[in-house]
Design a protein around this ligand. Structure first.
Ligand code: FAD
Length: 373
């Protein structure tokens, strides 16, 4: 039995990575986190922490902080081009689509809460990333972008949809990416474009514009659109991406022209393709994947953060309970794969809801909400 502390390198300081950092530190590991950004990555629209992820949060001692940051959203209003309400869905009705408790929180707040919980005793390498991984039966050696190297007992990829660890250890991204024929962008906008306590959604066939308001002076906008084909763009060229979204929303009414003006100024703009990550295995040797890196469920499921918290906790618990990591990794698969597969299968319902393809389907969806008086 080893007497020195086991070491673990986590790639990605977001929901999955920070959750895993908490658990592995608590289970006595020496934890290093490498993050490509200068700090944990911010941005994004409200996200839901649901069901079992709330139990994990409770075990981590952060449930009260999450409850305190709960957004006061009362519901979602479906709007028409004249900014008239066509139907309303209350939060309870949206939540009822999935069983279990649900707390809606800003993505930034969740990242901050997790980060605050794991600041001490952990080595962070910001503005850095893994460029090579070499493993044998005993250890994994990582080379970093800054030229340094390190040797660890385990390496965990928690680095999102475009995971660097996945690419280095499991192979090219396109083998595992299932494109869902839509793109979505998120950026902060002037709070006056929203309405206190409500999200507003406006659709035309195959496009969706939503403004989430937080009772502060800022709101978040999501612009999403379906695309029959993959669009080639530079992931690091924000101007090109902003143009791509502006073009997709050209000539669309409601508040879209104002949102596009805001988009041009936004410094936290985020765009990605809608996709799921599906892999036959999430582990290879001493390397494992968690969160979006291994099993991104996609935005319309509303379950990305929940799966990330839950998956990291399942893997950490399995490693704490089994000295033999092969058994731990096996348990991780056995316990978590059914959860992931069931959830991923629900994505098309979510897509029909947020991105109806015809005006008839938009009208039908709007009428499924409560009538306005
Ligand atoms: C900026 C941003 C905005 C988002 N907005 C939304 C949203 O509005 N709605 C929604 O449902 N989901 C959104 N997501 C996705 C959501 O955060 C995830 O689905 C979910 O929380 C799972 O989290 P994760 O930790 O697995 O992945 P992510 O939250 O994607 O985190 C991955 C982390 O890894 C880092 N990283 C990436 N590549 C490397 C690398 N090579 N080396 C080191 N670090 C790396 C990233 O900077 C990031 O910190 C967003 C993600 C990001 C990054």
């Amino acid at each position: 039995m080893k007497t020195t502390k086991q070491t673990i390198l986590l790639s990605g300081a977001s929901i999955a990575g920070l959750t895993m950092a908490y658990w592995m530190s608590r289970y006595g590991y020496e934890v290093t986190v490498v993050e490509i950004g200068a700090e944990p990555r911010r941005g994004g629209s409200p996200i839901d922490v649901r069901g079992e992820a709330l139990d994990c949060a409770s075990r981590m001692g952060i449930l009260d902080a999450i409850k305190e940051a709960k957004l006061p959203t009362e519901g979602l209003k479906f709007m028409n081009a004249q900014n008239e309400v066509q139907g309303i869905m209350l939060v309870e009705e949206i939540g009822a689509i999935r069983p279990g408790d649900d707390i809606e929180i800003r993505r930034d707040d969740l990242v901050d809460i997790l980060y605050k919980n794991v600041r001490d005793g952990i080595t962070y390498k910001f503005n850095n990333r893994i460029t090579a991984l070499d493993q044998d039966a005993e250890k994994v050696t990582a080379t970093f972008k800054d030229g340094t190297t390190g040797t660890y007992d385990f390496v965990i990829g928690a680095d999102g949809i475009h995971s660097g660890v996945r690419k280095l250890v499991f192979g090219q991204e396109d083998q595992f990416t299932h494109f869902l024929n839509y793109y979505f962008s998120v950026f902060a906008v002037d709070g006056r474009l929203g309405e206190k306590n409500y999200a507003h959604m406006y659709n035309t066939p195959n496009t969706m514009a939503t403004v989430y308001f937080y009772n502060t002076d800022s709101a978040d906008a999501v612009l999403a659109f379906r695309s029959s084909h993959k669009i080639t763009y530079n992931r690091y060229d924000i101007q090109e991406q902003k143009q791509l979204v502006s073009d997709a929303f050209e000539g669309i009414g409601w508040k879209v022209p104002q949102l596009i003006e805001e988009l041009k100024q936004a410094d936290n703009f985020y765009l990605d393709q809608g996709c799921q990550i599906k892999m036959p295995t999430w582990t290879k040797g001493r390397v494992a994947l968690i969160g979006d890196a291994g099993y991104a469920p996609a935005f319309p499921t509303g379950m990305g953060s929940t799966l990330a918290i839950q998956g990291a906790t399942v893997l950490a618990d399995a490693m704490a309970q089994n000295e033999d990591y092969n058994r731990a990794f096996k348990l991780y698969h056995e316990t978590f794969r059914p959860v992931v597969e069931t959830l991923q299968a629900t994505v098309y319902d979510g897509m029909s809801f947020i991105l109806p393809e015809t005006q008839e389907k938009i009208d039908e969806r709007n009428k499924s909400g409560r009538e306005t008086n």
